[in-house]
Design a protein around this ligand. Structure first.
Ligand code: NAD
Length: 376
């Protein structure tokens, strides 16, 4: 593995390998960029087949977090942690507590929260060892599951798409195909129903699909049929990579807007979406509600503030569409340019002030340059 080469290619600042055999902890923390603030990113617990896979995942995900935080206008950088293990077999109090002690020793350079394979109860354990964690349950002073706020942000993004494409931001009467009826997809369906849109849903889990049919009263289809469903908006809310050269020709929608991370599979797909006349809401711009929620939680949670900041996704997307239109580029490329400008500006300010990033509470960083986290 050429780790330094990979770090240089993707612009990572630091990668830390963590090992504690007694606690069953094998983890990697990637700090991608702290120009705008300390790195924030969830902790994923996943049974990676190889260490290379785990490393690749944490590096890509941490880079994505830099872009998501910058696009949301937050004073945060990008990071991510992966713990190698099986969520069904390897969870233990000792594991999360030891991981929390490690996060504590990073001393505010890295803030974490839940992700695939971890949940609020795991973060409650991490919280016992460190204050640098969000996604903690309300009983322990946290904001709980961020998914409803993510769904709320996706709804704001859909309204921005409607305004862009159809000239008014009402979703009334629109048909929305929601792919994945998990935590976000379910909450989004409820919000869409309140906005008088019609939802057609699918889920890989037949029980979840049946539950949605009964409790939400929506039409559901097989996962394979989802791309052919007549709809105004296609909302990818399951796993990444669902928009590809294979699935795109099947879509009948005019807008793609959903919560999934890394929705697009293939470098030529953004241009192909544009050429098909479909408006695409870049994933990391529209799905930032959960990150915003955790950011607010770290200051002492205030739901009203979290929702107000999340509503800004509407105007942020309109700006992305305006830049895309002006330059004749896909919205995903426009979003990247806006972020890269913000990072370049941050870098210039950091160089001219000689200052390091402020921590999330607005205080000077806890000696970011001086923190050298030692693995167990
Ligand atoms: P989740 O695990 O609760 O739900 C995902 C659902 O998708 C599950 O019900 C699963 O059965 C279903 N699914 C998996 N593959 C499918 C397929 N091929 N077709 C249809 N359904 C399929 O996850 P979630 O928290 O709802 O997150 C959904 C997506 O949004 C993920 O990509 C996640 O990374 C992203 N996201 C979530 C949040 C958040 O706050 N939860 C924030 C930002 C991004």
């Amino acid at each position: 593995m050429r780790i330094f080469g990979q770090m240089e290619n993707q612009g990572h600042e630091q990668v830390v390998f963590v090992q504690d055999s007694d606690a069953g902890l094998t983890a990697i923390v990637a700090i991608h960029n702290t120009v705008l603030g300390p790195a924030l990113g969830g902790t994923r617990l996943y049974p990676y087949a190889t260490e290379e896979q785990a490393l690749r995942d944490v590096m890509e995900l941490s880079r994505g977090m830099t872009y998501k935080a910058a696009a949301a206008g937050l004073p945060l950088g990008g990071g991510k942690a992966v713990i190698i293990g099986d969520p069904l077999k390897n969870k233990s109090e000792r594991l999360f507590r030891t991981f929390g002690e490690f996060v504590q020793r990073m001393n505010g350079l890295f803030y974490t929260g839940e992700d695939v394979g971890t949940d609020t109860s795991d973060m409650d354990i991490v919280r016992r060892a460190t204050r640098f964690v969000g996604g903690v349950s309300p009983e322990h002073g946290g904001a709980g599951d961020p998914s409803p706020v993510t769904a709320y942000g996706v709804l704001q993004g859909m309204r921005a798409c409607a305004a862009e494409r159809w000239g008014r931001d009402s979703l009334e009467g629109r048909r929305v195909a929601v792919q994945g009826l998990g935590k976000v997809g379910w909450a989004l369906t409820e919000l869409l129903q309140q906005a008088n849109a019609t939802v057609i849903g699918c889920d890989a889990n037949p029980e979840r699909r049946e539950q949605a049919y009964r409790q939400l009263g929506i039409q559901t289809v097989d996962t394979d049929e989802m791309y052919d469903v007549p709809a105004d908006i296609f909302a990818p809310c399951a796993m990444g990579g669902s928009i590809s050269q294979h699935t795109l020709p099947r879509l009948t929608c005019e807008v793609i807007a959903g919560s999934a991370n890394n929705q697009i599979a293939g470098a030529d797909v953004p241009r192909a979406i544009l050429e098909r006349g479909i408006l695409y809401a870049p994933d990391y711009v529209i799905n930032a509600g959960g990150l915003i929620n955790v950011y607010v939680e770290l200051h002492g949670y205030d739901r009203t503030r979290a929702l107000a900041l999340t509503r800004e996704i509407y105007s942020r997307l309109r700006k992305v569409f305006a830049v895309a239109q002006e330059l004749g580029i896909p919205p995903s490329v426009a979003a990247d340019r806006i972020v890269e400008q913000r990072l370049a500006q941050g870098r210039r300010e950091r160089t001219s002030n000689g200052a390091s990033a402020a921590d999330v509470s607005g205080n000077p960083a806890t000696s970011i340059a001086g923190v050298v986290a030692q693995p167990h």
